[in-house]
Design a protein around this ligand. Structure first.
Ligand code: CDP
Length: 231
């Protein structure tokens, strides 16, 4: 039995559980895990830190091209799945702030930002053996991925999960604020001109509402097996 490694594309709306199951799957298969959302978040944080107006497309695109975003397996055990270094500084938790949530979908509209991110994502995924998570992975970044998943959950469940995560980090943001943000980002992400969020034609849709991550992992592993276990 030889082991084949494949690229697995996972997309879906905000807080649908795609990062959690994608990370579990990557650990299980010993694959590289790439959460592309943190790259768009890193550009947004850099714009905020460097006083670049997020409405100024040319300035945001120029900023994107000069940023170093390094996503690496972590040796810090504070609940993070990976560490993100932005121009060498650890910004892993800063990427999750309400301020970044509020601006990230604006930054993600820009063609020049997307082209730069997609170029970097493809370079990371070129060797296969990667689980890539985002909004446009199955449609744009890795359209040839043999397995594409589109992870969904009800808005109330998504907001509840994100609210719980925030509570656990000692962040007291209201449930209603989170629900509104999740719905607002979904509307922008799915309605945008460049690479809108949508399932690829050959994506398998998985609804994670009221289901445990372990159960979903089992379902996905059954889908993966035919690709990776070959004689
Ligand atoms: O974790 P959550 O689902 O809340 O969001 P995320 O995956 O970190 O993505 C944050 C934002 O980045 C999304 O709302 C999109 O605006 C943008 N994004 C994108 O445009 N394309 C991707 N491949 C990934 C994220």
């Amino acid at each position: 039995m030889t082991k084949t490694t494949i690229t697995i594309a996972i997309d879906g709306p905000a807080a649908s559980g795609k990062t959690t199951v994608g990370f579990m799957l990557a650990n299980h298969l010993h694959y590289l895990f790439l959460d592309t959302g943190c790259m768009y978040r890193a550009v947004t944080l850099a714009a905020m830190q460097q006083a670049v107006d997020v409405q100024n497309e040319a300035a945001v695109v120029a900023l994107t091209r000069r940023l170093t975003i390094d996503i690496r397996p972590t040796d810090v055990y504070d609940g993070r799945m990976y560490t993100v270094l932005l121009d060498g500084r650890d910004v892993t938790w800063a990427l999750r702030s309400t301020e970044v949530d509020a601006q990230v979908s604006q930054v993600s509209l820009y063609k020049g930002v997307r082209e730069e991110m997609v170029r970097r994502q493809r370079a990371i995924g070129a060797e296969g053996g990667v689980i890539m998570v985002g909004r446009d992975i199955g449609t744009v970044v890795m359209p040839d991925a043999p397995l594409k998943l589109y992870i969904i959950a009800s808005p109330a469940e998504r907001a509840r999960r994100r609210w719980l995560e925030r509570q656990q980090r000692g962040d007291t943001v209201a449930y209603e604020t989170i629900l509104a943000d999740v719905l607002r980002r979904d509307a922008i992400d799915s309605g945008r001109e460049h690479s809108p969020m949508r399932p690829a034609g050959d994506a398998i849709i998985i609804d994670t509402t009221a289901r445990l991550p372990e159960t979903i992992l089992e379902e996905i592993l059954a889908l993966v097996r035919p690709f990776v276990d070959r004689d």
